[in-house]
Design a protein around this ligand. Structure first.
Ligand code: PMP
Length: 283
């Protein structure tokens, strides 16, 4: 494995960051997760754009031009000879002092890891998963904009623990007003009367790249889409439900808080979208 750190490749054993890096000390940094399909990085430009937007929002200066970073991602994929896999692109605030002040961190660090990733066992893509509502609420958008894909995932990690405690692989998180925001690392969709609905960033959702791709696919197939306020009642009474994310792709949900969704099997719209999504990523 060759891991890119600030312009050089390191083996897995030698790829290290300082204990004074504010990425480690405070979760101060931003990241992206990307996929390699058939040797090509899927939606690379979109991920790079989101990374720079996240960085700008937290006043983090990425010490590379966008184009150079894109090339560094492509080169790292080639150096690892990965045809299908996952990329973790991380920008940390860099090495500083023990205090919070990021001004003490002179240069951000750029890390690119190329590896395999399987978030969910294959069988769940056919039979769907069960999820629960997490007691932990999403951080309010006026405290931390959910479009910032920051290294600080504690909020989501608490909800992931709650999912596991309830015997589930995922949990749905509500915002402070009780509306559905997203899952711990995936966007959530419902299908109701042949329309697909998903919460907007102002409901607490990340502006997901898979979510956008699914919306585009749905629109091209003539399926109505919208970003909407969704309650737990809407989830329970949806015709279908599914999750989207770079790692998860499209995952059908068949039970929420012990309520069967539809007839308790992945729905036809979800299946249709999964098939078209496969064609898009493999194109
Ligand atoms: N929400 C959260 C909190 C995430 O971390 C992610 C990424 N895993 C997503 C949604 C899905 O976003 P994307 O489709 O861009 O991977």
């Amino acid at each position: 494995m060759k891991i890119f750190i600030d312009g050089k490749y390191y083996s897995r054993a030698d790829a290290k960051v300082s204990v004074f890096d504010h990425g480690l000390l405070y979760g101060d940094g931003v990241f992206e997760g990307l996929r390699i399909y058939n040797g090509k990085v899927f939606k690379l430009k979109e991920h790079i754009e989101r990374l720079y937007f996240s960085a700008k929002a937290i006043l983090l200066d990425i010490p590379m031009e966008e184009e150079d970073l894109e090339n560094a991602v492509i080169d790292t994929v080639k150096a690892n000879k990965k045809i299908n896999g996952y990329i973790r692109l991380v920008i940390t605030r860099g090495e500083g002092l023990l205090g919070l002040d990021p001004a003490q961190c002179k240069k951000a660090s750029v890390i690119i890891i190329v590896d395999d990733l399987q978030l969910y066992p294959e069988e769940y893509y056919k039979k769907g998963i069960q999820i629960v509502t997490a007691p932990t609420r999403r951080i309010r958008p006026d405290s931390l904009d959910p479009r910032i894909k920051s290294l600080n995932y504690l909020n989501n990690i608490m909800a992931k623990i709650e999912a596991k405690q309830a015997g589930c692989l995922e949990a749905v998180m509500l915002n402070s007003e009780g509306f559905v925001s997203e899952c711990t690392a995936d966007n959530i969709f419902i299908v109701k009367d042949n329309e697909i609905l998903t919460p907007a960033p102002y409901h607490g959702a990340l502006d997901g790249i898979t979510m956008r791709t699914v919306m585009e696919i749905a629109q091209s197939l003539g399926i109505k889409t919208s970003e909407s306020a969704i309650t737990r009642y809407d989830l329970y009474n949806a015709d279908e439900c599914f999750l989207t994310g770079t790692g998860a792709e499209i995952m059908p949900v068949i039970k929420i808080d012990s309520r069967l969704i539809g007839d308790g099997t992945p729905g036809s719209v979800t299946d249709y979208l999964i098939k078209h999504f496969r064609n898009v990523v493999m194109a």
